[in-house]
Design a protein around this ligand. Structure first.
Ligand code: SAM
Length: 475
């Protein structure tokens, strides 16, 4: 039996169950424990937050000075910043956050396009449209020809980077992910001016997988391996993930450690905001960065901050007592920017245009545009449909529009992926980020790729605004 896309679906439920059980390798977890314990110590996080409830102004300023040296903050220092409520001090923090961002990344913004390859999933995440017991979701897994078609559409917008997204299911196992990588890298197109173009870097957001499977992805040229912990709070995690491999908190907690072990030295961490207290999650992210630094000498290359949005069959995005409003969201971005100064921060088109732009000016360094997150939605040119996608987007503007608005704010859009292709990953990129060299070092390529984009794809209006930014940079 096959579904409408020709993908085999005749796997008996018992086999799917068996497959789900075989996902988790206990020995790959235990080797990373500190004694018997995880790096996330819930009581300690709660005590640290409590102890630093009333921050002292001088202490806050000392911490800001430390951030400016691009040194990662301790959990204690992060808690101090997270507890600041005084408006003037919050402004000082935001200004320092911006200085830190400039020092590490300059005024560059990197764009990517998401590509959803399959929404079949064996898990039961309460907030997630793909969850297996959501009968309203229309299931689909792209065949390789369809992946080519989606890639061509993404390229025609001017994109050079992608993030592939998969549900956790036997139809989208590691072999499928490897074939998808190969397929996307093989698509070569011409720009409107007749130059060659292709996707130069593919990041992956998928469920945790074994070290051997990660080695396979590494050999196919995976970029960053992203796995969001969703929540670092164990009881909340248990409630949100009632069944499937994702119910195992620890298997997910060490997913990025496994990537490092396999040689994939670019990792993306993240927490889904709205499930639990945001301050707790920020301290969880810092603990995660610290454990990776301790065990591998490098921290997460990116941190993502998805906020809950509406998903089919779920009401958590309205009912949760932990929803993060726009003001708190901006505050939180500043705290993460200051706490893990070297990391790239990703804000996505989940956010409405205005808050997305504010997040970029206050600390984020990567974003998406022209995004379609339905499976096969680029080729179909379809509008958003809640029963065809994981959640709803807040900003569906084209890449051209978003690039223009950012250029009006003086920002350079970079499509460069040369650094990765030259082997500037892992500890090499970390050294450049820590020393503040990366921002300047990559500026020239950023400007060149921006120029290329303006000539190849931009509307006349965007071209004119973008050229002014380039002129200023050259001067
Ligand atoms: N199967 C993969 C995994 O296990 O991580 C893919 C997960 S999903 C496609 C990517 C991310 O979207 C999730 O890790 C979660 O943080 C976020 N997400 C899920 N539901 C969401 C919602 N309703 N609103 C906003 N973000 C959501």
């Amino acid at each position: 039996m096959t579904d409408s896309t020709g993908v085999e679906l005749n796997m008996p439920l018992t086999e799917i169950h068996q497959w789900s059980k075989s996902r988790i390798r206990k020995n790959e977890i235990t080797k990373y424990l500190n004694g018997e314990r995880d790096f996330v110590d819930e009581c300690a996080i709660e005590q640290i937050l409590e102890r630093n409830r009333n921050p002292d102004i001088c202490h806050v300023r000392d911490i800001l000075e430390k951030s400016l040296t691009i040194e990662r903050l301790t959990p204690e220092e992060t808690a101090v910043l997270a507890n600041v409520t005084d408006p003037d001090l919050l402004n000082e923090m935001a200004d320092t956050g911006l200085k830190v961002k400039r020092k590490v990344y300059d005024q560059r913004i990197v764009f990517f396009a998401p590509l959803y390859c399959s929404n079949r999933c064996v898990n039961g995440c309460a907030y997630y449209g793909f969850r297996s017991d959501n009968a309203a979701e229309k299931r689909r897994t792209l065949e390789m020809m369809e992946i080519c078609e989606e890639t061509r559409k993404v390229l025609s917008e001017g994109h050079k980077r992608m993030i592939m997204v998969f549900g956790e299911h036997p139809v989208s196992d590691v072999d499928y992910i490897c074939s998808s990588l190969k397929t996307i890298y093989s698509v070569k197109e011409k720009t409107p001016r007749g130059n060659s173009t292709s996707i130069r870097r593919i990041n992956i957001n998928a469920a945790p997988i074994t070290v051997d499977a990660l080695r396979q992805l590494h050999s196919e040229g995976i970029g960053t391996f992203q796995v969001f912990q969703e929540t670092y709070h164990k009881e909340t995690y248990r409630q949100m993930h009632p069944f499937g491999p994702k119910a195992n908190y620890r298997w997910r907690l060490y997913a990025l450690h496994h990537a490092m072990e396999a040689g994939v030295d670019d990792m993306g961490a993240g927490a889904l905001l709205g499930l639990n207290d945001w301050k707790y999650e920020v301290l969880g992210l810092v603990a995660h960065a610290m454990d990776l630094e301790k065990k591998f000498n490098i921290g997460p290359h990116t941190v993502s901050v998805p906020r809950l949005t509406s998903a089919s069959g779920s009401s958590i995005h309205v009912n949760s007592r932990y929803l993060v409003n726009d003001e708190l969201f901006k505050r939180m971005i500043t705290v993460i920017r200051l706490a893990i100064p070297y990391t790239g921060l990703i804000v996505t088109a989940r956010e409405m245009p205005q808050i997305r732009m504010q997040s970029i000016t206050s600390g984020c360094t990567q974003t998406d545009a022209s995004s379609k997150i339905g499976v096969g939605a680029y080729a179909q040119q379809s509008e958003q449909r809640i029963d065809h996608q994981q959640f709803m987007l807040g900003d569906t503007r084209s890449l051209d529009e978003v690039v223009r608005e950012l250029a009006e704010m003086g920002m350079i859009t970079s499509f460069c992926a040369a650094g990765y292709r030259c082997g500037r990953t892992g500890d090499k990129i970390m050294r450049l980020l820590h020393s503040g060299t990366e921002g300047k070092f990559c500026k020239l390529n950023a400007v060149l790729t921006f120029r290329e984009y303006l000539d190849d794809y931009a509307s006349a209006q965007t071209k004119s605004v973008g050229e002014k930014v380039i002129e200023k940079e050259l001067a």
